[in-house]
Write a protein that binds this ligand. Structure first.
Ligand code: PLP
Length: 408
């Protein structure tokens, strides 16, 4: 198949990807694909029954979700640790994270059989932009060691869900190394940006981590599901998760050129996720993907500048990537009405209009509305419309509040 033709357009003198696909080209290639499948089915008898490609290659593994990346890495280090200190210590293993870590870590910890009482969500502060603090980690570790507990696993995040905070990896890996803790880096949302040089500094220190995962289905233009995990020590995963039943014995596995992904995950069967990621890489190329990401960041900045032009709004967290967190400021809301309640009503009203869809987060008791630029087809005109929508709904809501105040 040929490459998809992409439309580039120029804004303010710089190239940005404002219209991703040539729709007619997409239609043409879609039809070619259907013809290929129909021809294949029609002539199925003439093809060899087995794949003719040679097995080999392999490095990372692709999962459905970050939860799986958490779970498999937790199990890898759990088994490694317990094989040394004895299985009776399962109840003493401790997992560290920040109070901004994605809540799904808790599920994975629980499924891995580690006590929920032994998760240490270390408190972050607004003044530190909600980044983990290495000294707070060290204090928590020391206190656990004094209590006879065993530090096991640390989850750092590059781009937290609520505020896109980035934990500084280097200092954490240094602390973790001193205590033999496995460091997992969760870059589910923001990891894709690291294909651009200007974002790569967020990964400084990554060489000290044991594993890293990001979701290509979040912000690398790949359809759900596609979570990519790299592990520094695949042998830890393999020895914890491998199964070797007689019915799966085969020459390729025995002669070792093959990475048997059943030994890196829970399921035996593996979807061909690599194919769709490959297709994304091949269709856009690295330059195209970088243009997309940079284009989205610019569009997010543009939305931020629209908010800045209306003094009733405030941007609550710095926009590190392409997620803008904002709210109507308390100063704009009449009669000391509850600012969180106002913003909740505003979001519900915007979303109910079906003109745009945004999400919320509550951080340190502050309700924020979040607009994420990420879908392939998002253009400037869409966020302009989204801003107008937010303004119109805020105006309507402010009128209701004012009327209400006047009637009292
Ligand atoms: N980690 C971060 C930072 C996320 O933003 C998310 C989802 O939003 C997750 C983990 C969970 O990802 P998944 O749905 O792939 O398990």
């Amino acid at each position: 198949m040929g490459d998809l033709k992409l439309n580039h357009s120029v804004e303010n003198g710089s190239v940005s990807m404002l219209n991703s696909l040539d729709h007619e080209e997409f239609r043409r290639q879609g039809h070619m694909m259907i013809d290929f499948i129909a021809d294949y089915n029609q002539n199925i008898e003439i093809y060899p029954v087995r794949s003719q490609v040679k097995p080999g290659g392999g490095g990372g593994v692709m999962y459905a979700s970050t939860c799986e990346a958490f779970l498999c890495t937790l199990i890898a280090i759990r088994e490694q640790k317990l094989s040394v200190i004895g299985r009776e210590n399962l109840g003493n293993l401790v997992v560290y994270c920040s109070d901004q870590t994605h809540f799904s870590l808790k599920n994975s910890v629980q499924i891995a059989g580690i006590s929920l009482e032994n998760i240490r969500p270390i408190v972050t502060t607004k003044s530190d932009n909600f980044q983990l603090c290495p000294e707070s980690l060290r204090l928590a570790i020391i206190s656990d060691l004094e209590a006879g507990l065993i530090p096991l696993y640390l989850c750092c995040t590059v781009g937290t869900t609520s505020s896109t905070a980035v934990d500084p990896l280097g200092p954490f890996c240094d602390v973790a190394k001193e205590y033999g803790i496995w460091v997992h880096v969760d870059a589910a949302y923001a990891g894709g940006t690291c294909i651009c040089a200007e974002f790569r500094h967020f990964l400084d220190g990554i060489e000290g981590a044991n594993s890293f995962s990001f979701n290509a289905h979040k912000w690398l233009f790949t359809t759900f599901d596609c979570c990519c995990l790299w592990g520094k020590h695949p042998s830890a995963l393999i020895s914890a998760l491998s199964t070797n039943p007689e019915i799966l014995n085969n020459k390729a596995t025995e002669s070792k050129p093959v990475v048997d992904y059943k030994d890196w995950q829970m399921a035996l069967s593996q979807r061909f996720r690599a194919l769709k990621l490959w297709l994304v890489l091949r269709s856009y190329g690295v330059t195209g993907l970088r243009d997309f990401i940079r284009g989205h960041v610019k569009i997010a900045k543009h939305f931020e500048s629209l908010l800045a032009g209306d003094e009733r709004f405030e941007v609550v967290f710095p926009t590190n990537f392409a997620m803008v967190s904002f709210r109507v400021s308390p100063l704009a809301i009449p009669n000391n009405e509850d600012v969180n309640e106002f913003n909740r009503n505003l979001l519900e009203s915007v979303n109910a209009s079906s003109g745009a869809y945004m999400v919320h987060a509550v951080v340190r008791g502050v309700y924020v509305i979040r607009l994420a630029v990420g879908p392939t087809l998002t253009e400037y005109q869409h966020v302009n419309k989204a801003f107008k929508l937010v303004q119109d709904h805020a105006n309507a809501l402010l009128c209701t509040y004012q009327k209400h105040a006047w009637q009292m």
